[in-house]
Design a protein around this ligand. Structure first.
Ligand code: NAP
Length: 337
């Protein structure tokens, strides 16, 4: 019998790749979206009779997922990706922290109460839940699958960056607590990606302004040669690998694992070096900076060790050059109106 997978937040950058991967492997997919029009849009995008949608307007409303799951007793796998990822909140607690945490609690409670046939759950968490912001610039510190962001709820409320990190941390913690306290029928694995780059699942999803992580690379296209090198630093992973990891996370016989999805570190200089070497149409249009200096900049950051994750995944991760070139090529090739 064909397995049916529920994917919350199916419109998202990562979720579209997950749904695409699921459909390619002939799973049935029920995606949750915030409106009928968004659902219809996805139906035409995925163009598959194996994709259907349910409207969940706001994941943080009590009982948000109850009706959707009652209607789909065939669902046996639940992937929870829906969560706000932006740095535009005017009230960090209300717009980032609470939706992330309550959305996760609502999803898990709905599965326990109305979908006892669900055995496997995957929660899309983040490297933000693994890493404490203040330790990122300590080269003697190491983050791995067992480390946690130690920032408190109160500290997380103070700005958008800490708020997003806190939202992912407290949402993931809520899921661990749910399993411990409620002892549900299902097991959970977590996918914890660094900044996710790579092309949109469909060219037609390219907008003037993209999802938060894709916009980091898109921003490089708006530079001019005399500008300073953008100060962005972080870990990266390609969206196609993140999608594959969500499938591994429920297909393999594993539980209570955090898949720390990180292919390496990058900084603004690294991105410019790749653009200046590989993207011919941008040469002379973006800063040059100090080619090769990225190694020194990245060396001042903490280490990220994810050998356990790589062993579970069993496939190599896409490198920075490929993810950057593929992302930018898709944007540059988009027909202009
Ligand atoms: P995205 O494109 O902004 O997708 C977010 C998804 O969540 C969208 O489907 C959005 O719906 C939905 N959503 C947000 N708030 C909601 C609410 N209150 N009620 C219902 N739906 C809501 O971002 P993404 O990069 O794909 O992120 C997906 C997941 O991966 C998130 O959990 C994020 O924290 C995590 N993650 C992302 C990265 C990254 O670098 N991209 C790294 C680590 C973890 P609409 O489309 O209708 O707004």
């Amino acid at each position: 019998m064909t397995t049916t997978v529920f994917v919350s937040g199916a419109t998202g950058f990562i979720a579209q790749h997950i749904v695409k991967s699921l459909l390619l492997k002939s799973y049935n997919v029920v995606g949750s979206v915030r409106s009928v029009s968004k659902g219809e849009h996805l139906k035409s995008l995925f163009n598959s009779s194996q994709f259907t949608f349910e409207v969940v307007e706001d994941v943080q409303k009590a009982g948000a997922f109850d009706d959707a799951l009652k209607k789909h007793p065939e669902v046996t796998v639940f992937l929870h990706t829906a969560s706000p990822f932006h740095y535009n909140a005017t009230n960090v607690e209300e717009e980032l922290l609470k939706p992330a945490v309550n959305g996760t609690k609502n999803a898990l409670a709905a599965i326990k109460n109305f979908a006892p046939q669900v055995k496997r759950v995957v929660v899309t968490s983040s490297y933000a839940a693994v890493s404490t912001a203040s330790k990122e610039t300590d080269p003697n510190h190491t983050n791995n699958e067992d480390t946690w962001n130690e920032t408190t709820w109160e500290e997380s409320k103070t700005n958008n960056r800490l708020g997003y990190r806190g939202s992912k941390t407290f949402a993931e913690k809520a899921a661990w607590d749910f399993v411990k306290d409620e002892k549900p029928n299902f097991t959970i694995n977590y996918v914890n990606p660094s900044f996710v780059f790579g092309p949109q699942a469909y060219d037609s999803e390219l907008k003037e302004s993209l999802n938060t992580s894709s916009e980091i690379l898109n921003g490089f296209l708006k530079l001019t040669p005399e500008l300073p090198v953008p100060e962005v630093v972080g870990g990266y992973v390609d969206v196609r690998d993140v999608a594959k990891a969500h499938l591994v996370a429920f297909e393999k016989d594993i539980a209570n694992e955090r898949l720390l999805m990180n292919a390496g570190r990058f900084c603004g200089q690294d991105i410019l070096d790749i653009i200046n070497k590989d993207v011919k149409s941008l040469q002379g249009k973006v800063p040059v900076g100090e080619p090769g200096k990225g190694k020194e900049i990245n060396g001042k950051m903490c280490k990220i060790v994810n050998d356990k994750t790589k062993a579970i995944l069993g496939f190599p991760l896409i490198d920075l050059e490929t993810t950057v070139v593929d992302s930018l090529t898709q944007i540059l090739n988009k027909p202009r109106l």
